[in-house]
Design a protein around this ligand. Structure first.
Ligand SMILES: Nc1ncnc2c1ncn2[C@@H]1O[C@H](COP(=O)(O)OP(=O)(O)OP(=O)(O)O)[C@@H](O)[C@H]1O
Length: 251
């Protein structure tokens, strides 16, 4: 059963057509990668899903509900979580407070900063936030100020902030960009452990090692439109994909 249906989506910036008649369906519980060369429209598509951009035409239906025209926070409340390339964390706060904030936001539907101390005393919320830090391997740093974390740990923290809200769909934009091979492999392990099989995920990624380690289905975009879709093995050998990547050097 599909949880996300994108139909006939177009998006232009002035005279530049960034998305052209995009149709994409994502199966509930799957990991779906969207790949393609630079400028293919991947980030534009993701931005249309999270409400940062509004498609010029077309529909985006998530869990039976239209997302087009909703504000980013409304889309988040509908169950779509996202981790983008630049971690969006509260840099001056401790890790545990960073995770408590979205826990609270999800629970009450609103967030008020002055409720943090009160919530801190609530066992259930606290335990959930602590468990989340444990899941991403940051328990020992729970009282550190988030700004002092390494780049990789900031991404782990943002993933925790996202997952603690129990999204039905998780969007990841290049989760391993700029990471060493060791950090990349750690991230793959982490995602396999706490996301794959638990949450439907769309991942945009240039690193094919990451894509083929995680994805069950892959859509290849080029010049704003999906050109091929299929299971990883069929994508690897598809000549249209090789061509889109100028000889297939990335694959
Ligand atoms: N806000 C914007 N204003 C004008 N043009 C834009 C804007 N955002 C994206 N574009 C253009 O739209 C096209 C698609 O860009 P997009 O960032 O979606 O591609 P991408 O596949 O994510 O590329 P990359 O892998 O390099 O991140 C590109 O030609 C880009 O220059």
């Amino acid at each position: 059963m599909s949880i996300l249906q994108i139909s006939g989506v177009n998006k232009s910036f002035g005279g530049l057509r960034a998305l052209s008649n995009v149709n994409l369906s994502v199966e509930e519980g799957s990991v779906h990668a969207v790949i393609g060369p630079n400028g293919a429209g991947k980030s534009t598509l993701l931005n249309c899903l999270v409400g940062r951009l509004i498609p010029d035409t077309g529909s985006v239906t998530f869990d039976g509900k239209s997302l087009v025209g909703l504000q980013p926070h409304q889309i988040n409340q509908a169950g779509v979580g996202r981790v983008f390339q630049t971690p969006e964390i509260f840099g001056e706060l401790s890790l545990i407070d960073n995770v408590l904030i979205p826990t609270l936001a999800r629970r009450d539907g609103t967030f008020k900063a002055n409720t943090i101390p009160r919530v801190d005393q609530q066992k259930e919320v606290n335990e959930r936030a602590l468990q989340m830090l444990e899941d991403v391997g940051l328990t020992s740093k729970r009282d550190m100020i988030a700004n002092n974390l390494s780049r990789g740990d900031k991404r782990r923290l943002e993933l925790a902030m996202c997952l603690v809200q129990r999204p039905k769909l998780l969007l990841l934009d290049e989760p391993t960009a700029g990471m060493s091979r060791a950090d990349t492999n750690n991230t793959i392990d982490l995602l396999q452990r706490i996301v794959v099989g638990h949450v439907t995920m769309i991942i945009i990624e240039h690193d094919m090692h990451v894509v083929f380690s995680l994805a069950q289905r892959i859509t290849v975009m080029a010049q704003g439109t999906p050109i091929v879709e299929g299971e990883p093995d069929s994508i690897k050998g598809d000549p249209r994909v090789q061509e889109a990547y100028l000889g297939g050097a990335h694959l």
